[in-house]
Design a protein around this ligand. Structure first.
Ligand code: ADP
Ligand code: AMP
Ligand code: ZN
Length: 225
């Protein structure tokens, strides 16, 4: 690894594992932006863009948005100046087509540096997803029980209203888990074979997960700047 190599990581794990929570914490510590395709789709939906309206039906069903639009959205995001030092991908790639597309996007950058995988069992995933609340204004993530805001229903950061994502309701969650196991979990084997995978016990409290992630990153030469 050269001194000025950009650092790109993919956070893997089932929906609700805590990828977004940890990516938001680490983006501050590491100076790497979080690229969450789910957040990007929700932002587009809120602003009623063509992309947001297209994504809506897939998101409501818990299915993947078509690869072509998802990949184009990520390519565009990577052209922004904040990606100069690299990025943390969260929720992308989600299938083998997207994996290959990401490899191509990063071919001139020496590829990914690491793929941390947050392991959490299905019962805990259900508890985390059904209790998740999101700020309408800034997208900050809370949990009614495990990570509650100071005032119920109100974002600590900006006072925004907290809401439950439509796709976090029990029926859609089951399909999202099905899609994860069928389409996304094979990527774990792909990254394992490339010697990029680093498993972290995601079932611990958030601060312990952050500490383990930072330790694994340090082992691979990725440290807070
Ligand atoms: P993902 O991005 O993997 O879908 P999130 O980061 O949105 O997952 O976390 C899912 C839910 O679980 C949120 O409500 C979040 O507050 C909560 N959560 C995240 N990490 C933990 C943790 N280590 N322990 C308990 N709850 C957590
Ligand atoms: P998330 O916020 O990561 O839970 O994603 C919410 C929803 O956005 C998913 O259920 C999909 O409908 C869509 N989505 C997010 N990322 C992707 C992706 N990489 N490929 C396809 N669809 C995605
Ligand atoms: Zn907020």
């Amino acid at each position: 690894m050269t001194a000025n190599k950009r650092t790109f990581m993919v956070f893997m794990g089932p929906p609700g594992a805590g990828k977004g929570t940890q990516a938001r914490i680490l983006q501050e510590k590491l100076g790497l932006p979080q690229i969450s395709t789910g957040d990007l789709f929700r932002y587009n939906l809120k602003n009623e863009t063509e992309l947001g309206l297209l994504a809506k039906s897939y998101m409501d069903a818990g299915d993947l948005v078509p690869d072509e639009v998802t990949i184009r959205m990520v390519e565009e995001r990577l052209t922004r100046a904040d990606c100069a030092p690299g990025a943390i991908f969260d929720g992308f790639p989600r299938n083998l087509v997207q994996v290959v597309a990401l490899d191509e996007m990063l071919a001139d950058e020496g590829g990914l540096s690491l793929v941390p995988m947050l392991t959490v069992d299905d019962d805990e995933v259900m508890r985390r997803i059904t209790g998740r609340r999101i700020c309408r204004t800034c997208g900050a993530v809370y949990h009614v029980e495990f990570n509650p805001p100071k005032v119920a229903g109100v974002c600590d950061i900006d006072g925004g209203e907290l809401y439950q994502r439509d796709d976090d309701k029990a029926d859609t969650v089951k399909n999202r888990l099905y899609v994860y196991y069928k389409q996304t979990s094979p990527l774990v084997g792909y990254y394992f074979a490339k010697e990029l995978l680093a498993e972290v016990d995601g079932s611990q409290p958030p601060a312990a997960v952050t500490a383990d992630l930072l330790a694994v990153l340090a082992e691979h030469g990725i440290a807070p700047g």
